[in-house]
Design a protein around this ligand. Structure first.
Ligand code: ADP
Ligand code: TYD
Length: 212
């Protein structure tokens, strides 16, 4: 089974993934946790280029780099893990590309569909948990322990996070639209709920749908 988590930066994906992984391992379900971009030696180098470098990258270049990282991860790690019966939990997958490069950067959705089909070999998650959070709230979380101004700019942020508030509003609207179009696969969760409330809902939904 392939379970993905989506949402803007700081929505609580990693927190929920850790909680879920603990719950699944307590039930002896063999689980692999991965994140995009990254997960193979080459994909981690691409991650570094995309997030930590100060190079300017064009929207198309960015799309192709995220997609190259995805192709490496899908073929090198995800497909083999699924084939051996493991449950894969993935922190971001192709919905991030539609939300960030499509709705955020404004790239053509048809172009994205073709490139996503190539980079994923057609692999689609069984279920996607989308944590919905306003960008302003994500900023508050990001800077909770600092006195820095609440803005999507500055050296302490990665290259994507420096894209500005309007970009993040577009990404969030994109996610809401993607969730509406893919309602059979997407589960929308209010990221403002407590960590426990969200976790319990995820466990209940997996139980209902898959008997997990
Ligand atoms: P993401 O992986 O989506 O970037 P994280 O899981 O790293 O998000 O969470 C970002 C920050 O928000 C962390 O400091 C985390 O402890 C906090 N956080 C996560 N979930 C919640 C929640 N439901 N309510 C309040 N704070 C949360
Ligand atoms: P990461 O630190 O992994 O996520 P988060 O900040 O949510 O914990 O950063 C990954 C960044 O890359 C994030 O800003 C989303 C972006 N991204 C895309 O723009 N397109 C994609 O296809 C993927 C997978 C990620």
């Amino acid at each position: 089974m392939l379970i993905t988590f989506e949402g803007i930066d700081g929505a609580g994906k990693s927190t929920q993934i850790n909680e879920l992984a603990d719950a699944l391992s307590a039930r002896d379900i063999e689980t692999v946790i991965l994140r995009e971009p990254g997960g193979t030696a080459v994909a981690e180098q691409i991650r570094h280029l995309l997030l930590e470098s100060s190079h300017e990258i064009s929207p198309i270049g960015e799309l192709l780099l995220f997609s190259a990282s995805r192709a490496e991860l899908v073929q090198g790690v995800i497909m083999p893990a699924l084939a051996s019966g493991k449950t894969v939990i993935l922190d971001r997958f192709f919905d991030s590309t539609t939300a960030y490069q499509g709705y955020g950067r404004g790239l053509d959705k048809e172009l994205l569909r073709s490139i996503i089909a190539i980079s994923t070999c057609g692999l689609t998650p069984d279920i996607t948990f989308y944590l919905d959070l306003a960008p302003e709230e994500a900023l508050k979380r990001k800077f909770a322990k600092t006195s820095l101004p609440l803005a999507f700019e500055g050296d302490e942020l990665d290259r994507m996070e420096r894209s500005g508030l309007e970009f993040y509003h577009n990404v969030r609207q994109g996610y809401l639209e993607i969730a509406r179009i893919n309602s059979e696969r997407f589960v929308c969760l209010n990221a403002l709920d407590s960590i426990t409330v969200i976790h319990d809902r995820i466990i209940a939904l997996l139980g209902e749908r898959f008997g997990a």
